[in-house]
Design a protein around this ligand. Structure first.
Ligand code: F6P
Length: 328
């Protein structure tokens, strides 16, 4: 097996709290094992622009508590082309880099896998970093716990004012293809209903349950809508309900990008540290085209190909059913 000497680390796609603890772990594990480490700025764009710098132990001091990513991130269209990939490859080779850790979501892994198939002499390991918690091979992705806690804090505040005014709130949370945040926040905040991309929204059923809530003397109601819900935007849903549910003052709140920021939770700091440490150890063990993940509190490796093919988030029906019963 060819010995690894120099690796690069990048963050790509939507940022997620926990990326910084992960970068710190990658850098320090690599240095501990005698490897050199380059930090790539702005994801794949930095590979194309040759925007990299050598990192040392002090480059990652005091970043465990920081949201965002010190390496910056981007969604890079040129990296999807053969030309862009070739430039990136040449830049990496010119620097003597033979291993790459990519931290991001499914878009990031799609790019990593294509690149690695084209240029197999650079070994690639993926770390699941997205607030959406929608990657096969890891029960949790970096940032999901922090984002969910951020959502819970916001919804608790909305509940105070909703209750004071006897109002019905529709609250949109992130999750383009994933209802993971919506479901966890729904259970944690006692939402009256949640609408998810994984489940066809039955507006009629929603109307019936909201009317039942009024009949049962609920003073306020919260409906959480994941942004990817197939029925359309949160405003359309609120309008459809407004026509049928009378005597309820209806308001809409979109939580938006605030869900992506903030200091990572204890869970995400530890997860980021474990995954970053595991990613470098995987490279040292000669692994390639794999993702490090957490399953039953153990670090496991999954082929990037499999992680992407099985990408579809599976709705946890049992949790959904429990939420519905507990919110009566
Ligand atoms: O992938 C994470 C995510 O937060 C999605 O839930 C959301 O749709 C998307 O990023 C929005 O990201 P941006 O506005 O940065 O493109």
């Amino acid at each position: 097996m060819q010995k690894l000497s120099k690796i690069a680390v990048l963050t790509s796609g939507g940022d997620a709290p926990g990326m910084n603890p992960c970068i710190r772990a990658v850098v320090r594990t690599a240095l501990y094992n005698g490897l050199q480490v380059m930090g790539v700025r702005q994801g794949y764009q930095g590979l194309i622009d040759n925007n990299m710098y050598e990192m040392n132990n002090r480059s990652v001091s005091n970043i465990l508590n920081l949201g965002g990513t010190i390496l910056k991130t981007a969604r890079c269209l040129p990296f999807r082309t053969d030309e862009g990939m070739e430039i990136a490859y040449k830049n990496l080779k010119a620097k003597g880099i033979d291993g790459l850790v990519v931290i991001g979501g499914d878009g990031t892994f799609t790019g990593a896998l294509r690149f690695s198939k084209k240029y197999p002499d650079i070994k690639v390991i993926g770390v699941p970093g997205t607030i959406d918690n929608d990657l096969y091979g890891s029960t949790y992705t970096l940032g999901f716990d922090t984002a969910t806690n951020t959502v819970i804090e916001a919804i608790d505040k909305i509940r105070d004012t909703a209750d004071a005014h006897d109002r019905l709130f529709f609250i949109e949370v992130m999750g383009r293809d994933s209802g993971a945040i919506a479901l966890r926040a729904g259970i944690s905040c006692g939402a009256e209903a949640i609408l998810l991309p994984e489940k066809e929204t039955a507006i009629e059923e929603l109307i019936v349950s909201l009317k039942a809530g009024q009949y049962n003397k609920k003073s306020s109601s919260i409906v959480i809508v994941a942004e990817g819900d197939k029925h359309g935007g949160v405003y359309d849903i609120a309008k459809a309900v407004e026509k049928e549910v009378k005597n309820y003052d209806i308001k809409v709140t979109i939580l938006g990008h605030l869900q992506r920021g903030g200091s990572p939770s204890s869970f995400d700091r530890i997860l980021g540290s474990r995954l970053g440490y595991a990613a470098v150890n995987a490279l040292l063990a000669g692994k390639n085209q794999q993702m490090v993940g957490l399953q039953a509190n153990h670090i496991v490796l999954t082929d990037l190909e499999e992680a992407l093919n099985q990408h579809e988030f599976k709705l946890e029906e049992d949790l959904m059913q429990m939420m519905e019963i507990l919110s009566i």
